[in-house]
Structure formats: structure tokens, C-alpha cells
Design a protein around this ligand. Structure first.
Ligand code: TXA
Ligand code: MG
Length: 341
């Protein structure tokens, strides 16, 4: 693929430079592609109403066209016109979780191109809470489609440097606002019919959604698998081979150590993703500490960056601890299972 000049623009989240946002907003209107921070992960944005610009996103990421995109808007009002109808439950969820890491799948209107939805009759929409993302959407005066700003199937970027590593020379602008706060992607829910269906676990926990509605199922009722189109079994992967330890119990550390020893003997460089409590137990290995086991939000925030760091240190294998499947821990385990598949 040809290389293009990528302009990197630093924008402070708490002191947004209007001039810089204006430049990025104009770029979106001009059909350019702009990587920008959201509270979950960085996105690669384009004008959602411009097929030519949308095509560039798929090319830059090397993303297959059957994987639909999320449309980002700056407030609930902007949803009307993009969808055929907004069910009452969607309004309820929006009032509770927008702006924030919740994506709702609704019936699309004719304004939304099938390139956005991969030919589906539904469209995924969310209002991010990151101030730079909101400013960009408002300034561009467009809904913005944005997949995570990584190469296809790679780990999502939680820092502008991750975007630079994957996409420099392939996109027009990368906005650098430092690290993202949630660290995992948004929760995706199909709200076109009841019960609501969770298609991807993420930043808004199921426990919190259940406080708003009990009419919700996780994934496929029959086999209990989560299936969002384009959500491959193998996904969110570091370059290293990833092994997820089974269960979080007294034998977890010794199990990890024995697997690590075996692979080290074969000549592999072994990295370990560890919680703070256990980090000093893996002597002789490259350890990535992601937070204390009970601080699941912190673990989520650091997970992807530690995967990328262990890759940078040329680990051949990454072995990761297991996490409690509650709150955002469920999303952490979902991503680890996919990365390990
Ligand atoms: O947090 C996030 O959601 C980030 C930031 C940038 O907003 N975006 C993100 O986008 O993770 P992406 O493209 O990496 O993941 C989008 C997910 C995919 O699993 C896709 O299958 C699902 O949303 N999706 C999109 N449109 C859909 C639709 N019409 N029906 C069902 N799932 C859909
Ligand atoms: Mg992605």
C-alpha cells in the first residue's frame, strides 16, 4: 500500500485547542481519515456519510468489508435520521449510559450506507464520553464511523503511540491525547427486539445494564456464545502466542510457572501478565503488571498496553493470569479468551 504523510496533533483533553480541533473536523469533512481518542480505545474516524472516506478506513486497517462499523454521534438527538425507530428502551439506556461505552444496534435508515453496516439492516451507534471525541464530532458536523485504530485483529490501541505503531503512514491525522481511561472497547447491545441481546461485553457492565432492564440475554441463547458480525473467535491478539491460565485459585501461580519453565527450556522468551499481588513470584520472566486483582477497572485499563509492551520486548509466548468474571472482569476474560484461541 502507498504511504501517506500522517500529521500527529497533540490535544490536551482538559484544555482543548479549538484551532486544532477545527483542523481535524475539517479533515473529516474533506473525506480524510483521523485517528482520535475515545474513553475506551482510540478510533479511526471518517465521515459516516461519505463512502469514499469509509473505504479508506477498511484499506488502512486491512479490515474485511464484512465487519460493520460503529457510528459515533455527540448526543442522543443526533440519532434521529440515522435510524428507522428508537425504541423506548434505547432512550432509557441512552439516558443512563450516554455519553459512555455503550453501543446500541438499531434498524438503520436509508441515510446509512451498507458499507457502514456490512450489508446489515441495522446500524451500531454510540455517544463517546471523551471530550476530544465529542469536540471532533461536533466540529466536523458529521456522524463519525470509527473502528478501533489498530491493524485488523491486532490489540486495540489505548495510547496514541499504539496508533502510531500500527497506522502511521496510512492515515491522514492521528490526534494524541494520551492514554484512554476504560481500556477495553464498548459494550455492544442489539436493541431491535426484546429481550435485548449483548453482542460484545465491554466498558458498561452487564450488572449495570440489568439495573435498567432485566430483559436482556447474553449472546446466543442456545449455546451462550456471543456473536457480533465480524467478531472473530481469534481477535484482539498480541503477536506473541497467548496462553490463558485456567481458573484463579491457589495453584494458578505454580501452574503458570510450570508452563513458563517448559517454554523457556525450548528457547522461548516468556512474558507473563500478572496482577500486583503475584508480580514478584515470576522470577526470571518478563512480567507485565496490570493492577491488583480486585481493581478490575485498573486491570482493564492496562491490559492492552501490557500486551503490546510484552510484544515490544520480543516475547514469543505470553502467559496470563485469570481474572474474576464480574463487572468489567467479564470483558477482560472475554478478550483474553479470544486472544488465546
Ligand atoms: O469502544 C469502541 O466500541 C471502539 C471505539 C473506537 O468507539 N470501537 C470499536 O469498533 O471497538 P470496532 O469496529 O473495533 O468494533 C465494532 C463492533 C464489532 O464487533 C462489530 O461486529 C459490531 O461492533 N457491530 C457494528 N455494527 C453492528 C451491527 N449492525 N450489528 C451487530 N454488531 C455490529
Ligand atoms: Mg476493533
Amino acid at each position: 500500500m502507498i504511504k501517506i504523510n500522517t500529521k500527529i496533533i497533540k490535544i490536551e483533553t482538559n484544555n482543548i485547542d479549538r484551532e486544532k480541533i477545527r483542523e481535524a473536523g475539517q479533515a473529516i469533512r474533506d473525506g480524510k481519515i483521523v485517528a482520535f481518542p475515545t474513553e475506551t480505545v482510540y478510533g479511526l474516524g471518517a465521515d459516516a456519510l461519505n463512502e469514499y472516506a469509509i473505504r479508506k478506513i477498511f484499506l488502512a486497517k486491512n479490515r474485511p468489508l464484512y465487519d460493520p462499523l460503529i457510528v459515533h454521534i455527540s448526543c442522543l438527538d443526533e440519532i434521529f435520521g440515522l435510524v428507522k425507530e428508537v425504541p423506548a428502551i434505547a432512550i432509557d439506556l441512552a439516558h443512563n449510559f450516554w455519553p459512555g461505552p455503550l453501543t446500541m444496534v438499531l434498524k438503520k435508515s436509508s441515510k446509512i450506507s451498507s458499507m457502514v453496516t456490512a450489508g446489515l439492516e441495522t446500524v451500531a451507534i454510540r455517544v463517546p464520553s471523551h471530550l476530544v471525541a465529542l469536540a471532533l464530532i461536533q466540529e466536523s458536523k458529521r456522524p463519525i464511523v470509527a473502528p478501533s485504530a489498530n491493524l485488523f485483529a491486532h490489540v486495540s490501541p489505548t495510547d496514541a503511540n499504539h496508533v502510531i505503531d500500527d497506522l502511521k503512514g496510512k492515515v491522514d491525522i492521528i490526534i494524541d491525547s494520551g492514554r484512554t481511561s476504560v481500556g477495553l472497547e464498548s459494550t455492544v447491545i442489539d436493541v431491535t427486539e426484546l429481550p435485548l441481546k449483548v453482542l460484545r461485553l465491554g466498558g458498561i457492565t452487564i450488572e449495570n445494564i440489568k439495573r435498567v432492564t432485566s430483559e436482556i440475554t447474553i449472546g446466543n441463547k442456545k449455546d451462550n456464545t456471543i456473536k457480533s458480525p465480524g467478531m472473530m473467535k481469534k481477535h484482539y491478539s498480541p503477536k506473541a502466542f497467548l496462553i490463558l491460565s485456567e481458573g484463579r485459585n491457589n495453584t494458578m501461580v505454580s501452574n503458570i510457572l510450570s508452563i513458563a519453565k517448559k517454554y523457556k527450556k525450548m528457547g522461548n522468551k516468556v512474558g507473563i501478565i500478572a496482577t500486583g499481588e503475584n508480580s514478584d513470584k515470576y522470577v526470571g520472566y518478563t512480567v507485565g503488571v496490570i493492577g491488583n486483582a480486585n481493581d478490575l477497572e485498573i486491570c482493564a485499563q492496562n491490559l492492552y498496553s501490557q500486551m503490546r509492551l510484552l510484544d515490544k520486548q520480543n516475547c514469543d509466548i505470553i502467559i496470563t493470569e485469570n481474572f474474576q468474571e464480574k463487572g468489567i472482569g467479564s470483558a477482560i476474560m472475554d478478550r483474553l479468551r479470544r486472544a488465546a484461541n
